[in-house]
Design a protein around this ligand. Structure first.
Ligand code: KIV
Ligand code: ZN
Length: 397
C-alpha cells in the first residue's frame, strides 16, 4: 500500500501545455471562430492549464488576431505562438504574444533524415546553423523560448543531441522532442529522453517536453513514458483533437496521473472537475463528436449495463469504477437499463422512478422488461414506466 503523506512530498510537478487551439485546430474540419477560440482559451486558463498554445500567428490574419487577443486576456497561463524556423514567422509570433503577461515563442525545425532530404533539402550542418540563428532571434523578442525537433523520434540520437545542445546554447529554455508521426513505442520514447538528458552537456538548463501523436494509439502511453524518462512538460489537446489520428488527450493524461499516483509520482495543476465541461465545449465548437466509449469524457465512461457490473456498483462503486464521475465533472454514474441488466438494478431503477412493487409484481415486471430489452435497443425510463403501469393495471383487473 502507498502512504499518501510521503508520496505527496515526492511528487514532481508536470507542466500541462494545451495545444487544442493550434495542433487541435490543424485537424481537418475542426476550425474555430475567433469568439470560440477566446471561449476555449478562457476555460483552459480557469482549468489550470500552464501553457496555452493559442495558434500559429503567421498562418493567417485571423490566427494572428486570436493569438494576440488570447495573449491580452489570459490571466494566469503562459500564452505561446508557434513559428517555423523562419525570421518572418518568429517576428510575427513575437508580435502576437507581446501583450501577454507571460508570452512564449515556440519555434520548430525538422531534424530527421527523411525530413531533411525530402522536405527541408538541407544538410545536418545547415539545420544546426538555422537552429542557432532562429532560437537566438526568438530569444531577442521574448524571454521564454521553446524549441521543437520535428520528427525527433526518427532522428539519429547523436544528431538529435547536437541539435538540442545548440538550441539550449542559443537560449531555448524548453526543449520539445515530438513523436510527430506517432511512430515511437513507450520504451523507445522513454529511452530517447533518458539518453538526451545524459549526453547533452547543458541539458539541465532546459525543461524537456513530450508531444505525441496517436497514429498507433500510443500517444498517451508514450507521453507518460517520456515523463518517466525525465520530461516535465506534456503537450496535449482536449478530446485528443489533432492532426490525423490526433494528439495525446489532455483528460486521459491528467486522470492517469491523478488515479495512478502510486506508479506515476507526478502532479498537475488541472482542476479535474472541469474536464467534462472542457470536452463538451471543444466538441461543440469544432462539431467533432466525442466517441461514446472515449476514456474519461465519453458518454459511456461511467455507464454500466451488465447485470454483474450493475450489481457490483450498487453494492460499492469501487468494484467497477477506478475514479469517481464527480472527479471529472460528471454528476453521477449511470446504470443503463438493457438486456444485460439484472434484478438488483431493475429494482433500484423502479425505486428511483417512484415505484414500490411487491415481490410477485416485481418478478412479472422484470420478465416483461427483459422481453422488451430483447426487442428494443434503448430502454428508456418512459418504457419502464409504461411497462410497470400496465403491470399495476393488470394486477387490479
Ligand atoms: O507534431 C509536431 O511535431 C508538431 C510541432 C510543430 C511541435 O506539432
Ligand atoms: Zn504535433
Amino acid at each position: 500500500m502507498t502512504n499518501p503523506t510521503t508520496d505527496a512530498a515526492k511528487k514532481d510537478r508536470v507542466i500541462i501545455f494545451d495545444t487544442t487551439l493550434r495542433d487541435g485546430e490543424q485537424c481537418p474540419g475542426a476550425s474555430m471562430t475567433f469568439e470560440e477560440k477566446l471561449e476555449v482559451a478562457e476555460l483552459l486558463d480557469n482549468m489550470g492549464v500552464d501553457v496555452i498554445e493559442a495558434g500559429f500567428p503567421i498562418a493567417s490574419v485571423g490566427d494572428f488576431e486570436s493569438v494576440s487577443e488570447i495573449a491580452r486576456r489570459t490571466k494566469r497561463a503562459v500564452v505561446a505562438g508557434l513559428a517555423r524556423a523562419i525570421a518572418g514567422d518568429i517576428d510575427r509570433a513575437g508580435e502576437a504574444v507581446r501583450h501577454a503577461q507571460r508570452g512564449r515563442i515556440h519555434t520548430f525545425v525538422s531534424t530527421s533524415p527523411i525530413h531533411l532530404a525530402h522536405q527541408m533539402r538541407k544538410s545536418e550542418e545547415e539545420v544546426l546553423e538555422i537552429i542557432a540563428a532562429t532560437v537566438a532571434r526568438a530569444r531577442n523578442l521574448v524571454e521564454d523560448v521553446e524549441w521543437s525537433a520535428m520528427d525527433a523520434t526518427r532522428t539519429p540520437i547523436e544528431y538529435l543531441c547536437r541539435c538540442v545542445e545548440t538550441a539550449i546554447k542559443a537560449g531555448a529554455s524548453t526543449i520539445n522532442l515530438p513523436d510527430t508521426v506517432g511512430y515511437a513505442t513507450p520504451d523507445e520514447y522513454r529511452n530517447m529522453f533518458q539518453t538526451i538528458r545524459e549526453r547533452v552537456p547543458n541539458a539541465d538548463k532546459a525543461i524537456f517536453s513530450v508531444h505525441c501523436h496517436d497514429d498507433l494509439g500510443l500517444a498517451v502511453a508514450n507521453s507518460l513514458a517520456g515523463v518517466e524518462g525525465g520530461a516535465r512538460q506534456i503537450e496535449c489537446t482536449i478530446n485528443g483533437l489533432g492532426e490525423r489520428a490526433g494528439n495525446a488527450a489532455l483528460e486521459e493524461i491528467v486522470m492517469a496521473i491523478k488515479t495512478r499516483g502510486d506508479v506515476l509520482p507526478y502532479e498537475t495543476g488541472i482542476e479535474t472537475t472541469m474536464l467534462t465541461r472542457a470536452s463538451k465545449l471543444v466538441s461543440a465548437v469544432t462539431s467533432f463528436p466525442v466517441q461514446y466509449n472515449k476514456a474519461i469524457v465519453g458518454r459511456n465512461a461511467f455507464a454500466h449495463e451488465s447485470g454483474i457490473h450493475q450489481d457490483g456498483m450498487l453494492k460499492n462503486a469501487s468494484t467497477y469504477e477506478i475514479m469517481t464521475p464527480e472527479s471529472v465533472g460528471v454528476t453521477k454514474t449511470s446504470l443503463v437499463m438493457g438486456k444485460h441488466s439484472g434484478r438488483h438494478a431493475f429494482r433500484e431503477k423502479l425505486k428511483a422512478l417512484g415505484y414500490n412493487l411487491g415481490e410477485n409484481a416485481l418478478e412479472d415486471a422484470f420478465r416483461r422488461f427483459k422481453d422488451l430489452a430483447d426487442r428494443k435497443k434503448h430502454v428508456y425510463d418512459e418504457d419502464i414506466e409504461a411497462l410497470v403501469d400496465e403491470e399495476i393495471l393488470t394486477a387490479h383487473d
